[in-house]
Write a protein that binds this ligand. Structure first.
Ligand code: PXP
Length: 257
């Protein structure tokens, strides 16, 4: 069964729209936990556009489940993480112009630099995940840099799922699912943990929850959007129910990528 990581950055984005104190992402984390979140994720961006350093510190104090800090693989962020000591760091690529994380890390292009950052994080007792595309070469590179966890980018699957009318039997959707499944198998066979996330929502989450070996699903925008109408505890509870039903009911993709 997959665990649910709730990304609460979007609550801080709303706060920053007015440069004020509310809504507080720490309250969001507490509500998400009460709804059953297994992991709370925050992304401390270089430009501090939503979560800031004080939020990170307060979240570390308040969160009682696993805390996952998303960040770029920079010296500044590694130093912050080593001091904050979240249970997990997820390394992501970061672009100043992007609205959200746009693609996976290209680890092949930066093996030595990332390996050195992961070693520093591991030495501080932090588990490190890398956010990568569903590409076997990137999975192998994740192993080479010393990551213990890979989060596979589900954005391309989510995009095609909605473009094809939410049809899990559409060939392109089957292809994307098979690509993610294949990456998951490779991650598992290389003794790493398989997480997945990005652009998952209440409609497209179930086939991902059904994949073998998948451990944590990381979801933000969709849960916070639904929380506007039904409250965050209920929105998290509903997502967990869909994940559990998906894991039990959805059959595996039939073709290879
Ligand atoms: N996983 C990673 C690595 C991300 O960068 C994000 C976006 O912050 C998410 C998951 C959650 O994506 P979404 O907000 O589309 O659910």
């Amino acid at each position: 069964m997959s665990l649910l990581g709730v990304n609460i950055d979007h609550v801080a984005t709303l706060r920053q729209a007015r440069r004020t104190w509310e809504p507080d992402p720490v309250w969001a984390a507490a509500e998400a936990e009460l709804g059953g979140a297994d992991v709370i994720t925050l992304h401390l961006r270089e430009d501090r556009r939503h979560i800031n350093d004080d939020d990170a510190r307060r979240l570390k104090e308040a969160v009682q489940v696993k805390l996952n800090l998303e960040m770029a693989a920079t010296d500044e962020m590694v130093a912050i993480a080593c001091q904050l000591k979240p249970e997990m760091v997820t390394l992501v690529p970061e672009g100043r112009q992007e609205i959200t994380t746009e693609g996976g890390l290209n680890l092949i292009a930066q093996i030595e630099a990332v390996r050195e950052k992961i070693k520093r994080l591991n030495d501080a007792g932090i588990l490190v995940s890398v956010f990568i595309d569903a590409d076997i070469r990137q999975v192998e590179a994740a192993r080479a840099v010393g990551a213990k966890v890979c989060e596979i980018h589900t954005g391309p699957y989510a995009h095609i799922f909605h473009a094809r009318g939410r049809e899990t039997e559409a060939p392109e959707v089957i292809t994307e699912l098979a690509r993610i499944a294949k990456a998951g198998e490779a991650i598992h066979s290389l003794a790493m943990m398989f997480n997945a996330g990005h652009a998952l929502n209440y409609y497209n989450v179930q086939p991902i929850a059904a994949l073998p070996h998948v451990r944590e699903l990381h979801i933000g925008h969709s849960i916070i959007s639904r929380a506007v109408f039904m409250g965050l505890q209920a929105a998290v509870r509903e997502m967990k129910a869909r994940i559990m039903a998906g894991a039990a009911a959805v059959k595996m993709p039939a073709t290879e990528a």
